[in-house]
Write a protein that binds this ligand. Structure first.
Ligand SMILES: [Zn+2]
Ligand SMILES: [Zn+2]
Length: 330
C-alpha cells in the first residue's frame, strides 16, 4: 500500500534487486491523532481510496453473484447436491476470473515486465519446495483445489443455518441504517480479524505445522493468496462466523466471505500499483514485507494494529543489511 499509488515512482531497487517505494508506507488516516478530517474524507471517497476501487468492486461482484447465481433460500433447507454444486461452480468461476486475471496480465503476458515488481524473480519452477516442483501449480492446487472447498463449505453450512432460522436474519426494512453500516464495517472487521488470527498462526506449533505452507511463498504471486494449509483456511475464513451471532442479511455474509476469499489475489500479486497504464491501483507492499520478513506487518494498512503492538515495518533497508525472511527465522 503506497502513499499515493497514482504517482508513478521511479525504479528504486536495493542491493538485492528488490523494488521498494521511495517513501515509507503509511497507514490510512482513520486513526490519526489529531484527526485529519480532510485526509480522511479524501481516503474514504477519493480514488484510490477505501471505497473505490477495491471495496466497491468486491461489493459489485457480490451483488452480481447474489442476484444472478445465489440459490433461493427455500432450496437450502436441506443439504442437496443441486444448490451445493451451484455454489461450488459459482465460486470456482469467480476465483478463476479474479485470481486468473491478475495472473494472466502480470505473469503470463507479463504486461508490466518487472516494472515495480517487488521481487525481480518470477515464480519458482523446478523447485523441490513446491508440489509438482512448480510454485504456481502448487499455489493453484491449494487456492483453487483446497481453499475453494473450505470457502464453499462455509457458504453451504451458513445458508442451511439461515434457511432453517438457526441464526439471526436482518431485513432492510427492520433497520436500514444498520443494514448499510454493515457494508462499511465488514472491511474493518476483516482486517481486525485477520491481524489476530494471523498472530495466532505465527505461534510456533501452528506455524510449524500449518502456516509454514503459505510462507513458502517468499516471492508471492496472485495464486499465493489462498495457498494455505486447510486448517489455516478454516481459521482465516472464520471471519464470516460473526454473522452467526450478530444479526445480518445473507447478502452481508456473502460479501464478507467473498471479500476474504477474493481479496488475497490483489494482496499477493507482487507488484506495486497502479498497473494497466497507471489506471489500476492495486498491490500490497505492506503484506509483501510480511512475506519478506515474516515477523512484521501481520495486519493491513487501515487499522494500525501493527504499530500499536510494535510489529510495524514501513519499508526495506537500502543495502545488504536487508535480511531475508529465511535468515530472519530460527
Ligand atoms: Zn500472505
Ligand atoms: Zn504469516
Amino acid at each position: 500500500m503506497s502513499a499515493d499509488p497514482l504517482t508513478p515512482a521511479p525504479e528504486a531497487r536495493n542491493a538485492r534487486g528488490e523494488w521498494r517505494p521511495p517513501y515509507p508506507i503509511k497507514y490510512a488516516p482513520v486513526f490519526a491523532w489529531p484527526p485529519q478530517f480532510a485526509a480522511l474524507l479524501k481516503w474514504l471517497f477519493g480514488f484510490p481510496g477505501f471505497l473505490w476501487p477495491l471495496n466497491l468492486l468486491l461489493l459489485g461482484i457480490s451483488a452480481v453473484s447474489w442476484y444472478l447465481t445465489q440459490p433461493a433460500i427455500a432450496r437450502c433447507v436441506h443439504f442437496e447436491a443441486g444448490w451445493i454444486a451451484q455454489i461450488y461452480v459459482r465460486n470456482l468461476v469467480m476465483m478463476w476470473l479474479f485470481y486468473g486475471s491478475y495472473h494472466l496480465y502480470l505473469y503470463t503476458w507479463r504486461r508490466e515486465g518487472t516494472n515495480r515488481k517487488y521481487d525481480p524473480n518470477w515464480p519458482a519452477t523446478k523447485s523441490r519446495l513446491f508440489l509438482f516442483g512448480d510454485q504456481v501449480y502448487d499455489n493453484i492446487f491449494w487456492t483453487s483445489g483446497v481453499a475453494l472447498l473450505v470457502w464453499t463449505g462455509y457458504e453451504v453450512v451458513t445458508l442451511w443455518l439461515y434457511a432453517n432460522h438457526r441464526i439471526p436474519w436482518l431485513e432492510w426494512s427492520q433497520h436500514p441504517v444498520w443494514f448499510v453500516a454493515w457494508f462499511f464495517i465488514i472491511p474493518f472487521w476483516r482486517e481486525f480479524h485477520f491481524y489476530w488470527v494471523h498472530r495466532l498462526i505465527h505461534w510456533k506449533p501452528l506455524y510449524k505445522h500449518v502456516h509454514y505452507l503459505h510462507h513458502k511463498n517468499l516471492n508471492p504471486n496472485p495464486w499465493s493468496g489462498m495457498a494455505m494449509h486447510p486448517v489455516e483456511t478454516i481459521i482465516y475464513l472464520s471471519v464470516c462466523l460473526i454473522h452467526w451471532i450478530i444479526p445480518s442479511h445473507p447478502f452481508h455474509f456473502l460479501f464478507d466471505l467473498q471479500h476474504a476469499a477474493l481479496g488475497p489475489a490483489s494482496g499477493h500479486h507482487g507488484f506495486e500499483g497502479p498497473i494497466a497504464n497507471g489506471k489500476w491501483p492495486t498491490g500490497s507492499y505492506f503484506h509483501y514485507l510480511h512475506h519478506r520478513y515474516f515477523e512484521c506487518n501481520y495486519g493491513e494498512s487501515t487499522i494500525p494494529l501493527d504499530r500499536w503492538f510494535g510489529t510495524f515495518r514501513d519499508g526495506l533497508p537500502d543495502g545488504e543489511g536487508a535480511k531475508l525472511a529465511g535468515e530472519h527465522k530460527d
